[in-house]
Design a binder for this molecule. Sequence first.
Ligand SMILES: Cc1ncc(COP(=O)(O)O)c(C=O)c1O
Ligand SMILES: N[C@@H](CCCC[NH3+])C(=O)O
Length: 456
Amino acid sequence: MPGLPAVDRPSEVPRPTAERDVPRPLGSPWPASARPARGSGLLVGGVDLAEAADRFGTPLYVLDEGEVRARARAWRRALPQADVHYAAKAFLCTAMAEWIADEGLGLDVCSAGELRLAAGAGFPPERILLHGNAKTPEELRLAHRLRVGRIVVDNLAEIPRLAALTVADTPQRVLVRVVPGVAAGHHRAVRTGVAGQKFGFPITGGDAAEAIDRVLAQPGLRLVGLHCHLGSQITDTGPYLAALDRLVDLLAGIRDRHGVELPELDLGGGHGVRYLPGDAELDPVRFAADTTARLAARCAERGLAVPRLLVEPGRAIAAPAAVALYRVLAVKHGADGRAFAAVDGGMSDNPRPALYGSTYHVRPVGRPATAPTARFDVVGRHCEAGDVLVRDAELPADLRPGDLLAVPAAGAYQVSMASAYNLVGRPAVAAVRDGRIRLLIRRETVEDFRAREVGR
Ligand SMILES: Cc1ncc(COP(=O)(O)O)c(C=O)c1O
Ligand SMILES: N[C@@H](CCCC[NH3+])C(=O)O
């Protein structure tokens, strides 16, 4: 604004002290509670991440309880008529199971391990749903003994196994997992909505009809619905709507063939989150609006009562809730001008970049945002050249050993997929809430490995 004294320019009017002192949230992909702290630090859940790293060591996964609860609640509120089962495979520990139970969600488990951990946390068994393409007879027995709410049938062999455990007056509720022929998901390895992969019964050219016939023939099994899971990190509702159309057609076919209308339709998980600033996220409200409208329309066309929807978000609840902290151990400048920042974690705590080429955001903690920057590959400490956590990260040009790095959106399929590679030990996990931090899972040590050795 030429002619006006500088102080009158709107952008330069000093803000009141209170407003100036309240740091703004960092925004996605960080947890909603993430704020800049004094000295270029970073707060999550009111806890200073530099202090957390000093206290518990690194790599450290800092899990924001408020973010988990808020996301769980958002899914429940968006779909009040549906059953939302959190997919435990994204990340599970006792505290997580308690928060999920407390927020009124169900739990999707796929092993005796997940089932026992949930049961030990007091998770209501009727809200548990058991998955698995290769459930052991023991897992089926355990699920039946604990009286889990639903079991998803994924192969023909488990139908008689399960039927042998059940009796007609207390039948086990089951869903049949079908493959609708819809391709979706961030990587070939996670696309389960198409034929040619191991999960479910393909609707077209597969034995979905036979599985349904066989389940219906068992007096101890009560077929309550159909299930499908398309893939993971899906960012629009289109694939879900396409799958829903095929599942409603199949429901109508079952009604015509058997005279029964199944009361439930499970669309699985797969809802995408933001890993990088500017990424899209699949909003639960949008998902709910689109799927419930489509379901009502398709059921009306087919003359079916509208079944109850089930969903199984894992990543959408867990991923944005954790920040991974790493300490820089070495900085190296390669011959081609490429710079490497080697940290104390890597593919053993986060296998996703090596497995799927997944991309992440990273930010230094305790370094002024105004420092000149350079491009670094943030690499892990494992014995593979492919152990790269973040490629081409913009970090302070004078990055040095001892610096702390924070990687957001670290809550799903990282700790749950962590490995024992190089006996580095799986990372510690701490929960933050209201300015307090508590250790949930301690760091794995060589003593843990030794404890499993029973011979020499
Ligand atoms: C059957 C089933 N349900 C739910 C999920 C959870 O998926 P996501 O974490 O992508 O929501 C998965 C994994 O993709 C799955 O296989
Ligand atoms: N592990 C995958 C997701 C698989 C979901 C399980 N069905 C990932 O990290 O993207």
